[in-house]
Unconditional design. Structure first.
Length: 145
């Protein structure tokens, strides 16, 4: 829901009022957490509008599973010295699939700060490409990446 739509619905002030005292500085909130916050806001707004939130975002647990399936069987190629990889998401939404794929490859999988699985190849060069029809959402992806 854009700022104009929120204003027309009389909700913009209420939304801004809720966020005015929240410290979202990058030193306090990392990129993955900000992505989760963004997706949760989309879900809540869509529920309030009686829309299906699944049309607008994919939960992080589902994205992690999809990435595991995407990379399965290619670990030997990804582990190669000097590996250069391209990840493309033609309907990237807020970019979760792109960033999580890169994290799985170069950083490993973490939950609540604990390393669940090490990186496949921390030295891999991973190039991310995505497109999104919604310009506001795509701006979030570009700022995150």
């Amino acid at each position: 829901m854009s700022g104009n739509k929120l204003d027309e619905a009389g909700l913009l002030f209420q939304v801004l009022e809720r966020f005015k005292n929240v410290d979202l500085h990058p030193d306090r909130v990392d990129n993955p957490t900000m992505g989760t916050i963004f997706e949760e806001l989309i879900r809540k707004f869509n529920e309030a509008l009686n829309e299906n939130p699944g049309e607008h975002f994919t939960p992080r647990d589902v994205v992690n599973l999809m990435v595991d399936l995407l990379l399965a069987g290619d670990e030997d190629l990804i582990r190669r010295r000097g590996a250069v990889l391209t990840v493309c998401d033609p309907c990237c939404g807020s970019g979760g699939m792109l960033t999580i794929t890169k994290e799985h490859i170069t950083e490993g999988i973490r939950k609540n700060g604990d390393l669940l699985r090490p990186a496949i190849n921390p030295r891999a060069e991973v190039h991310l490409f995505g497109q999104e029809v919604n310009p506001e959402t795509f701006a979030v992806v570009k700022s995150d990446i």
